[in-house]
Design a protein around this ligand. Structure first.
Ligand code: CP
Ligand code: NVA
Length: 306
């Protein structure tokens, strides 16, 4: 009997061993580069994106191509989704043509409904609640820079500086699985999902001081103050996030070997200074590249069977 389709809607759709194995496989795909096997030959991946994207779109399209699959990009502007065709119909119809759906949308519940109706694996390419593919790339980058065992040893300290947003939530899920220490410095009113915080069983905490979170950290991580869909809140958020910039003074509080991560796109001079983004501690462009490698491992896992 065929095994049931497997979705990837959140980090915890994998278990601890599954995340570590996927990161190892991603490192192998990275070494293979543009060469390597084509386990998805004959397949086609659909990308259904209701928000803008540079990295996620291109890295999935290239990942599909390098694995031997085709891909098709579908925005609401070009499909009947934009004219109100229900997602339950769209998900079922697309499942008749395509082998996986990579979906970027607003409400996480909408993604879950698509996954419920689709007969093929659905991958979360970002929702308002989470961005698990990005955090897989962040974890690979952390292991590359700080040593392959760093995610498996106790003592890794990760700081999140800024909004308790979709990225922060996915880092909390990673914390719940892998057990590192996660300090999130968020202004009051911008905390991450409390249910995810509770799942970390004391290993994650929210503080109000970026300096407190950054001190002694191995990884300093940040993101925009206003995410996609929150553009109207930009001015208020700029006031509320004053003092939450990742600059050289903040990075100096971290360990000497600490790395700085940002999922991009970045606003230089807001959440991160130009000097840090371009500086020696920045792993940000490796992090962006690693989207490709982890997504090749993920597509292989979900689609290529044993
Ligand atoms: N980091 C990330 O997901 O970037 P895009 O919005 O460009 O896909
Ligand atoms: N938090 C950001 C991440 C962009 C990749 C957003 O949702 O816009």
């Amino acid at each position: 009997m065929a095994s049931p389709k497997r979705d990837f809607l959140r980090i915890t759709d994998l278990d601890r061993g599954g995340v570590l194995e996927l990161l190892e496989r991603a490192a192998e795909w990275k070494l293979l580069g543009r060469g390597g096997p084509r386990p998805l030959a004959g397949m086609t991946i659909g990308l259904v994106f209701e928000k803008a994207s540079t990295r996620t779109r291109v890295s999935f399209e290239v990942a599909a191509a390098q694995l031997g699959a085709g891909s098709t990009f579908l925005s609401p502007r070009d499909t009947q989704l934009g004219r109100g065709e229900p997602i339950q119909d769209t998900a079922r119809v697309l499942s008749r043509y395509l082998d996986a759906l990579v979906v970027r949308t607003f409400e996480h519940e909408k993604l879950a409904r698509i996954a419920g109706y689709a007969r093929v694996p659905v991958i979360n390419a970002l929702t308002d609640a989470s961005h698990p593919c990005q955090v897989l790339a962040d974890l690979l980058t952390t292991a590359e820079r700080l040593g392959p065992e760093v995610l498996q040893r106790p003592g890794l300290r990760v700081a999140w500086i800024g909004d308790g947003n979709n990225m922060a939530n996915s880092w909390l899920e990673a914390c719940a699985l892998l057990g590192f220490e996660l300090s999130l410095a968020c202004p009051s009113g911008y905390d991450p999902d409390p249910a995810l915080l509770a799942r970390c069983a004391g290993r994650a905490r929210v503080v109000r001081s970026p300096a407190e979170a950054a001190t002694g950290a191995h990884v300093i991580n940040t993101d925009v103050w206003a995410s996609m869909g929150q553009e109207a809140e930009q001015a208020r958020r700029e006031r509320d996030f004053a003092g939450f910039i990742v600059d050289e003074a903040l990075v100096a509080r971290a360990r000497p070997e600490a790395i700085v991560l940002h999922c991009l796109p970045a606003h230089r001079g807001e959440e991160i200074s130009e000097a840090v983004l371009e500086g020696p501690r920045s792993a940000i462009f490796d992090q962006a590249e690693n989207r490709l490698h982890v997504q090749k491992a993920l597509l292989e896992l979900l689609l290529a069977g044993d």
